[in-house]
Write a protein that binds this ligand. Sequence first.
Ligand SMILES: [Zn+2]
Length: 297
Amino acid sequence: MAGKINSLQLDLNLTMFSSQTCPVCESTQSKSLFSVADGKLVQCIECKLVFYTPLPSSAELAAFYDAESYRQNYHHSPLAGMQMAKIRYQQLKSYFRQRTSHDLGLSPQLRYLDVGCGEGDLLKVLAAEGWDTLGTEISAKAVAQAGEGWRDRIQVGDINSVDFPSAYFDLITMYHVIEHLLDPVDALSRVYNWLKPGGILFIETPNWGGLGARLRGRSWSLIIPPEHLTYFQKSSLSYALSRAGYGDFQVFSSTPQVLESLDRFPIGVRQFIAIAYRLAPYMGLGANLQALAFRDH
Ligand SMILES: [Zn+2]
């Protein structure tokens, strides 16, 4: 019995130690920012990644995403259920069409993978281009909702357990997904292997270095562990891509998506804030970070 307790204590100690290890650069040097949920946010001294500790297990995450409460929230989130999401998916479709055919001269019959595709909303929009579309998703319940003809195009599991042939896809997206992952560098390197030479990875994730995050601090609405486990800024996302093997990539910040939020400011300062919002992306202060990364030829 005593041996069992000691072994349990050892496991606990190891968990506490590893939970402080930066998921991107593996440094154990971090500073505490503030308490949130049942843990805290810390910032890595080396790569500046902000992350939640203690990190949950993969099984705990799968249970979290299958829970009815999460599924309900998802349907009402700006990323899935609202009109804004549908508009954004159409914008992405035009953007990918331009990047792949015009800029890169890739075949119009693309092979496309959406990592963390949920119920397949973005997959369905891009399939209208005639592309061969596949997805991965941790939540079996989300996949069950994807509909006839789609369920068998989505592999269920976290990104470390799904598998595809090497050099298979022309385009892979991780749209508001990387911040949910336990091991983002491992995920990025798996994706690198699945891309064809010259193939494109597109990432979008909330910008910890953005104006909204800076102004709102701990009240920033996107601080939502255990859903968001990592919080990237330009330097940490660039570092993660390098570590995963990408030699050719760009990281930039997007325009703020919600100009309607200006309504809450007094009329006298709205114009000033509107200008600041429009300038923000050019100063790396946009609401989201985006990355385009390429597998080497
Ligand atoms: Zn780090």
